[in-house]
Design a protein around this ligand. Structure first.
Ligand code: BES
Ligand code: MN
Ligand code: MN
Length: 453
């Protein structure tokens, strides 16, 4: 297989670059046509790679690309999940080259979606092509590539519920996470859940002169800041009542095990140009960003932000707030608790509205499963070292549903790096990582089929 992969390396990369040229931003309806073109692109490439029954399944939102290859019903079936939508590319001016005009520089592919998730999803299409072309497809395979991951996968949830018969299999295989480093491979064994809300604080019924009214009426921006500041105490614990009720605490052994993963606080601070790190008392950085729940303001606005000064007390102030959840918190429950608390701390001088957005449940994947072992062996063969299990702080909202609706565990074989700048300007993906993924994935199929026997 390695010969086939090497012989076709340039074509594999060029096809990925072609896909990266289509701006499939799911958050912005302006890109709807491009999103649909990307779905068509994936459909076409899957069919060419050898998948059968390749189809676009319409949803209330963007279509799901489905395709399968059933080589032998007695073999195990791998269900591959990925997403072809990408995050918005703004702010464009911070990109060194345009986000939808991919370039390869110093061995890295620069473009929005290069790593998250077009590059990683496409590794599966090319690994599949390689297995088909060289007669090495050791498992049945079903592809489910969606176009709304970056906006919460609400319509995929419906698709999954309505297509349980079609989606039977033995494991879900996903490359939409990262690994610790190119010489320290890791397998992601957990994802945080998400509650996301938008809050609106209204003071007076219109914008007011800040001299004539200042000091006498509530300024919704001041109030919003106070309310937000009160959501953490002096130990950086979240003050929403009941927030930690169901949080699963890790044992000292589990925490000691986690601490064995290589991590340098100095390098971490240096990379982000931080004077110091920050977070919940009693936990270290690697715990704060993976096994602990959080509450963060993602955006805050109101009043006058144009050039110069305008003396005004705004009528309204807004913020978008995300809460990352860990087992066994529930997104719906936490959203409810937040809403009740936030409304209850509002002074009478303002009105507060809390609007829930999408959410997702946390997951932890088993490390004693056949699928995990198969993935571990695959990495060990291509990287020369055994991968480390690591719980990630990010979220992939549909993964918990694969378990609850389909009864399937997921294996998160990520090949990205934290430094790949996903969701940020200058997102990139190493050519090394792309090719390593294509090499490693077929070995997962091979070991999974063998271990399943
Ligand atoms: N692929 C990421 C999630 C991710 C990245 C997990 C790296 C672990 C390591 C995914 O596309 C993503 O960005 N998810 C969003 C959630 C979504 C509802 C917007 C997230 O985590 O913010
Ligand atoms: Mn992703
Ligand atoms: Mn993403």
């Amino acid at each position: 297989m390695n010969k086939y992969i090497n012989d076709n390396k340039d074509r594999f990369i060029n096809e990925l670059l072609d896909m990266l040229r289509i701006p499939s931003v799911s958050a912005d309806l302006k890109f709807k046509e491009d999103v649909l073109r990307t779905a068509e692109f994936v459909k076409q490439r899957l069919a060419e790679a050898g998948a059968d029954h390749v189809e676009l399944y319409e949803t209330a939102g963007n279509p799901v690309v489905y395709g399968e290859k059933i080589v032998d019903p007695s073999l195990p079936t791998v269900v591959v999940y990925g997403h072809y939508d990408v995050q918005p590319a703004d702010p464009y001016e911070l990109w060194n080259s345009p986000p939808f005009e991919p370039v390869i520089k110093d061995g890295k592919i620069y473009a929005r979606g290069a790593c998250d998730d077009k590059g990683q999803m496409y590794m599966h299409v090319k690994a599949f092509e390689t297995m088909v072309q060289t007669g090495n497809l050791a498992c049945n395979v079903k592809f489910m590539i969606e176009g709304e991951e970056e906006v919460g996968s609400t319509n995929l949830a419906t698709f999954v519920k309505e297509n349980k018969d079609r989606l039977t299999g033995d494991v879900i295989l996903i490359s939409d996470t990262g690994m610790l480093g190119n010489d320290t491979p890791s397998i992601t064994t957990g994802l945080r859940g998400l509650s996301y809300v938008e809050v609106e604080v209204t003071g007076p019924n219109r914008d007011l002169h800040s001299g004539l009214y200042g000091g006498a009426v509530a300024n919704p921006i001041n109030i919003l800041c106070q309310m937000i500041a009160s959501l953490h105490d002096e130990n950086n614990h979240i003050t929403v009542p009941g927030f930690y009720d169901n949080v699963q605490e890790l044992s000292q052994e589990e925490r000691a095990e986690m601490a064995r993963a290589p991590f340098s606080l100095d390098k971490y601070k240096q990379a982000l140009e931080l004077g110091d790190v920050h977070g919940e008392a009693g936990y270290v950085t690697m715990e704060r960003n993976s096994i602990r729940p959080t509450l963060d303001v993602n955006g805050i606005w109101g009043g006058y932000t144009g050039e110069g000064a305008k003396t005004v007390i705004a009528s309204k102030a807004y913020a978008k707030i995300s809460m990352r959840l860990v087992p066994n918190q529930s997104s719906e429950e936490i959203t409810g608790k937040f809403k009740r608390h936030f409304e209850s701390i509002a002074p009478k001088s303002v009105k507060v509205v809390v609007k829930p957005h999408h959410g997702g449940e946390p997951v932890v994947t088993p490390t004693d499963s056949v699928a995990y072992q198969a993935a571990s062996k695959a990495y060990e063969e291509t990287f020369g070292v055994k991968p480390i299990p690591v719980r990630s702080g990010g979220s992939i909202p549909i993964v918990a549903m694969f378990k609850s609706e389909l009864g399937l565990d997921s294996v998160l074989m990520g090949f990205g790096l934290d430094t790949d700048a996903i969701h940020s300007p200058n997102e990139h993906f190493g050519v090394f990582n792309f090719m390593k993924g294509i090499e490693t994935i077929p070995l997962f199929y091979k070991h999974f089929a063998e271990l399943k026997k």
